[in-house]
Design a protein around this ligand. Structure first.
Ligand code: HEC
Length: 127
């Protein structure tokens, strides 16, 4: 009679523990799914943008981008100022790939694009 209580408690623990584990695990999985950084549609982080030769990129910029964005990306009337704009480099790549406004898509691709990104990366933080 005296050991009826302890037995009852351990029985409850046997049910409670897996229940807590289940809630904890499914909660954790749900949180991870919510935080998932590689969700489709979310632009990749700046770490995924490959920067090429900034010297070559400077030449590409002068011939392909400066007509609208100005020499050194300092603003040219048509395109907005890029120098010192501090926008993420991933946004620059997205703009080059997709275009936007009057800026045509895919003005540069491949090595030229990587080089121009290498150059633009140096002017985003400048004044
Ligand atoms: C025909 C003119 C033109 C040319 C050439 C051009 N752009 Fe643009 N660019 C624009 C315009 C206009 C916008 C603003 C688009 C908008 O408001 O949606 C823009 C926007 C951008 C932006 C986004 C700025 C921001 O604040 O989000 C970036 C980055 C950019 N251009 C980079 C480039 C690069 C690099 C090149 C060369 C490969 C280039 N552009 C060539 C006209 C041009």
């Amino acid at each position: 009679v005296s050991d009826a209580r302890p037995r009852g408690r351990s029985k409850r623990t046997r049910i409670l523990l897996p229940a807590l584990l289940f809630v904890g695990l499914s909660g954790g999985v749900f949180t991870l799914a919510e935080l998932h950084l590689a969700r489709p549609g979310v632009p990749k982080s700046a770490g995924a943008v490959v920067l090429g030769d900034q010297y070559q990129g400077g030449i590409v910029f002068s011939t392909t981008c400066a007509s609208c964005h100005g020499e050194g990306g300092k603003g040219g009337g048509v395109g907005p100022r890029l120098a010192g704009s501090r926008i993420p480099i991933a946004r620059v790549k997205a703009q080059i790939d997709a275009g936007g406004g009057t800026m045509p898509a895919a003005l540069v691709t491949g090595t030229k694009e990587r080089d121009v990104l290498g150059y633009v990366a140096t002017i985003l933080a400048s004044r």
